[in-house]
Design a protein around this ligand. Structure first.
Ligand SMILES: [Zn+2]
Length: 252
């Protein structure tokens, strides 16, 4: 599942490759109508949590959400025929990006774009994110911290792999409730730091000395101490935690 770090990576790369160009938009699969964008110049590609926004001159923003299985493929030869099932191709004279299996690919009205932004909490990879607001939202969220960090209206961009690894790094039990402001701020700082590493590396990085390893995510044993990793359902996804490094919070 593409989490925020990959969405920001796509945005950065595509912005560099496409912004300022009049794009050719096509829908090889026929499920997207490119008419609003014909002849328009792409101004910017923006990532917000797990959402991508393409801003064109005098056109509604194009909104893409990859969901669980979506992805972008890049071709340095825009003449390459698209594979079956491509929802959208963005092409210039020198590069093409093919969008596969998104859950959203749609023009957004101004109201729609405002509603989307209003629905999202601070995104640790955005320069305009307000850490105080992030702390406030997490501290105010009801329920377990492991569910709150997946709630995109609390923080935007965290998915299941980051949840597991960030809570490990913060030594927080995913079931902990009412994490204080200090723990919330520590977790936010970890998120901002590690998601940036992940964006730059193109994968979840929770140990810069072992970028292909995870501490607890999808592991049988904790990579630090060897204890059997706990796994259970939390917030509709499988949670992973080390019983030693993330001891159960004492009841408040
Ligand atoms: Zn451990």
């Amino acid at each position: 599942m593409p989490e925020g770090h990959l969405i920001h990576r796509y945005a950065r790369e595509q912005h560099a490759a496409l912004a300022g160009a009049v794009l050719t938009l096509t829908s090889p699969q026929g499920r997207f109508d490119p008419a609003p964008y014909v002849g328009r110049t792409l101004q910017a590609v923006e990532a917000y949590g797990k959402h991508l926004l393409y801003h064109f001159d005098d056109s509604p923003a194009l909104h893409v959400h990859l969901g669980m299985r979506g992805l972008w493929l890049r071709y340095d030869d825009p003449g390459v025929p698209p594979r079956k099932g491509v929802r959208l191709r963005l092409a210039t004279g020198v590069v093409a990006y093919d969008l596969i299996a998104p859950i959203r690919c749609e023009p957004l009205s101004g109201d729609g774009e405002r509603a989307l932004r209003a629905s999202l909490g601070p995104d640790p990879l955005r320069a305009d994110a307000d850490p105080d607001e992030a702390v406030r939202r997490l501290a105010a969220a009801g329920g377990p911290v492991g569910a709150a960090v997946l709630d995109q209206s609390v923080w935007a961009g965290i998915g299941n792999a980051w949840r597991a690894e960030l809570l490990f790094l913060a030594r927080l039990d995913p079931e902990a409730r009412r994490v204080g402001a200090q723990s919330a701020r520590r977790l936010w700082e970890l998120a901002a730091h590690y998601l940036a590493l992940g964006r730059d590396a193109g994968q979840v990085v929770s140990d810069p000395n072992a970028p292909d390893e995870r501490w607890v995510y999808k592991r049988a044993a904790c990579r630090r101490c060897g204890a059997p990793v706990r796994r259970w359902e939390l917030g509709s996804r499988t949670a992973y935690a080390c019983p030693v490094d993330q001891p159960a919070a004492r009841p408040a």
